[in-house]
Design a protein around this ligand. Structure first.
Ligand code: ZN
Length: 245
């Protein structure tokens, strides 16, 4: 079985289409949250992912847009984008967002936007100790897919051991999901990467080969920036797409 993972799309349809083209033919699409927020095409991204029957969990921006998370958690730029996004969505879209679950257990892995340690408060997994708190909640499952930090990386822990390895993967790369080890895969961000690589990030998981490949896909950044300017979204959010920061 093959899975295409598209996290933190953030309303960037151009980046989403680029990764979907790269992931064409996978058996199942999975989105570890933040379909909307920041980008100029929130309604289009929701409709595209729903149309493809993707498994979706709730991100903090999704939660803020549908009124499940207080805006005091956000910086002024993110806040402005959340409010703008709300105005672009239909009542139906908002209602649908409010039904998206925080955690989803599939046969081969568990999916959450932030961490299994308190998913409702959206903590980041940045360090080995953050990862350890998530590993502790994985129970029977060996693989956890997350997003949230917009930094593609893999955290690995040998079964029964305390030590956690953190492997940043800003240029992409492949990891073998060997038995005897547990993995937290941060899938990076499709629509607003922050790991110094402006290319859209996505992940291809093959459960026959037991491999996970983090893939970077270039897309027309300036086209998205043009739509963001037209929508009067904050300049800082527009510029950062150039640098992937
Ligand atoms: Zn995000």
């Amino acid at each position: 079985m093959t899975y295409g993972i598209v996290s933190d799309v953030h309303g960037n349809l151009t980046a989403l289409e680029a990764v979907l083209e790269r992931l064409k033919g996978v058996d199942k699409l999975v989105c570890p949250g933040d379909v909307v927020g920041y980008g100029p095409d929130p309604a289009e991204c929701i409709s595209r992912l729903r149309g493809l029957n993707a498994v979706i969990v709730l991100g903090n921006h999704d939660a803020a847009v549908c009124g499940k998370l207080d805006l005091s958690w956000f910086n002024p730029f993110a806040c402005e984008a959340v409010q703008w996004t709300r105005e672009q969505l239909s009542e139906n879209d908002i209602k649908w967002l409010s039904t998206v679950p925080l955690v989803c257990h599939l046969d081969d892995f568990v999916v959450v936007h932030s961490s299994l340690a308190q998913p409702e408060t959206f903590p980041y997994i940045s360090t080995a100790s953050d990862a350890r708190m998530c590993f502790e909640k994985m129970e029977g499952q060996r693989i956890c897919l997350v997003g949230h930090s917009h930094v593609a990386a893999v955290f690995i822990q040998q079964e029964g051991q305390y030590h956690v390895d953190c492997i940043p993967m800003p240029q992409g790369g492949k990891v073998l999901l060997e038995s005897n080890y547990r993995f937290i895969i941060n899938c990076g961000s499709v629509g607003q990467p922050r790991d110094g690589n402006p290319d859209a990030a996505c992940v291809l998981i093959d459960t026959d080969a037991m491999s996970a490949e983090i893939i970077r896909v270039p897309y027309d950044v300036s086209d998205v920036q043009r739509r963001m300017r037209k929508a009067h979204l904050p300049g800082m959010l527009i510029q950062r797409l150039t640098y992937g920061m």
